[in-house]
Design a protein around this ligand. Structure first.
Ligand SMILES: [Zn+2]
Length: 394
């Protein structure tokens, strides 16, 4: 009798412990907040304005990190850093890697299969969006040098790497078929890919080069054409290995490293291999933007694939609803590093028509996967109060 009572107590204790752990996991969901200061010049906001906004948001949710960049005004980071560190919040520099750095360093641009720089346009930024070669050692060294020379004395706890990819179908098919400069041709050869054979196959097959033979959330889109499949696999390895080298250099400086990723379904087109990148990141922020009609918006990018290669078959007609969001979250479950999927909270009528309902639905989905939390993208300063109110969780 006494033994049975002991067992019963032990089982009850274990169940209570597990329930508490699950509750703790829920309770510990943290948030990362992004502050976009504009370009390399004068910041769009003052330190006081940013502190005021972070203060408001912190009263609604536990803010763990702030990603901010990339103005060269050091004063703003030093003031903000003092405030954040008092509150035990980390400050990370938002640093673009393979695009947008031309004002601060000289880079070799990426070129397509035919040796041309793809057209590029970012309607959100309203400016050219040229990408650089991911293989050029100088381009890679430039990124770390930009941190060292411009930001190393600003009090940052880490760096958030953005633009860690090639151009997408925003630059038509040409954008996805980068980089094929001579350096990259040699690099592809080391991975067993003959770029001339890829070019011949693309010319012979036309749009069908991009056809898919299947899709599943776990495995993504499967290329029907074997040459295309091998090209994109090797591109993922080459681009992601370059990003890994940059991340490792920043880690050596004692910095935390976060990464901005395309959603799993479109990541392979831009050279983002989750399996490689997640081994070199402290955390990832997959951009699960379903209401962004600009680069990195999932529906926007997916539609561009189909518009750029209308003869390609096998692309399912994806609806950007709740079920699709869960499919993308499931696709990243198996990767080990910390995950803070990004949800847009800012609002612009033509480019980011978000709503409180959209934010609530998205955060409910993200938090239900028991990751580390969520990132409020892509600019908390442009989030209307009605959107912010939807951050209160039940
Ligand atoms: Zn190249």
């Amino acid at each position: 009798m006494r033994v049975r009572l002991f067992l019963l107590t032990a089982v009850f204790g274990l169940v209570t412990l597990l329930a508490c752990q699950e509750k703790d996991q829920n309770k510990e969901a943290g948030y990362i907040v992004q502050v976009s200061l504009g370009d390399w010049h004068s910041p769009d906001y003052t330190a006081e304005q940013i502190i005021g906004r972070i203060d408001t948001v912190s009263q609604m949710i536990p803010v763990k990190k702030v990603i901010i960049g990339w103005s060269q005004n050091k004063d703003i980071y030093q003031k903000l850093g003092t405030y954040l560190h008092e509150k035990d919040i980390k400050m990370l520099l938002w640093l673009p890697v393979f695009a947008e750095t031309d004002e601060v360093c000289k880079n070799r641009p990426a070129v397509d299969l035919w040796g041309k720089v793809p057209d590029s346009f970012d309607p959100a930024a309203g400016e050219g969006f040229r990408f650089n070669c991911p293989c050029d050692p100088q381009n890679i060294a430039n990124v770390v040098a930009v941190y060292d020379s411009l930001f190393s004395d600003c009090g940052f706890d880490g760096v958030f790497l953005d633009r860690i990819r090639t151009q997408s179908f925003v630059g038509d098919i040409s954008g996805a078929l980068t980089c094929c400069c001579q350096l990259c041709v040699d690099r592809f050869a080391k991975e067993g890919i003959d770029i001339q054979a890829v070019k011949d196959e693309k010319v012979a097959k036309g749009d069908a080069f991009f056809s898919a033979s299947g899709y599943s959330p776990a495995n993504g889109l499967i290329f029907e054409n074997r040459v295309a499949a091998k090209f994109f696999r090797a591109k993922g390895y080459i681009v992601s290995s370059a990003v890994a080298a940059i991340a490792d250099s920043l880690h050596q400086r004692g910095l935390e490293v976060g990464m901005d990723l395309f959603a799993p379904i479109i990541a392979p087109f831009v050279g983002q291999d989750y399996a490689i990148l997640t081994q070199h990141a402290d955390f990832i922020k997959p951009m699960l933007y379903r209401k962004t009609y600009a680069p990195a918006g999932i529906g926007y990018e997916y539609d561009l694939i189909r518009k750029s290669a209308p003869g390609a078959t096998g692309y399912p007609d994806l609806k950007m609803g709740d079920a699709f969001l869960h499919s993308q979250l499931q696709a990243m479950e198996r990767f080990k590093c910390e995950k803070y999927p990004g949800i847009e909270v800012n609002y612009r009528e033509d480019i980011v028509p978000t709503s409180p309902e959209y934010i609530s639905e998205s955060l409910d989905a993200v938090l239900s996967h028991q990751f580390n939390g969520a990132t409020l993208s892509w600019n908390i300063m442009e989030a209307p109060l009605s959107n912010l109110k939807s951050l209160f969780r039940k």
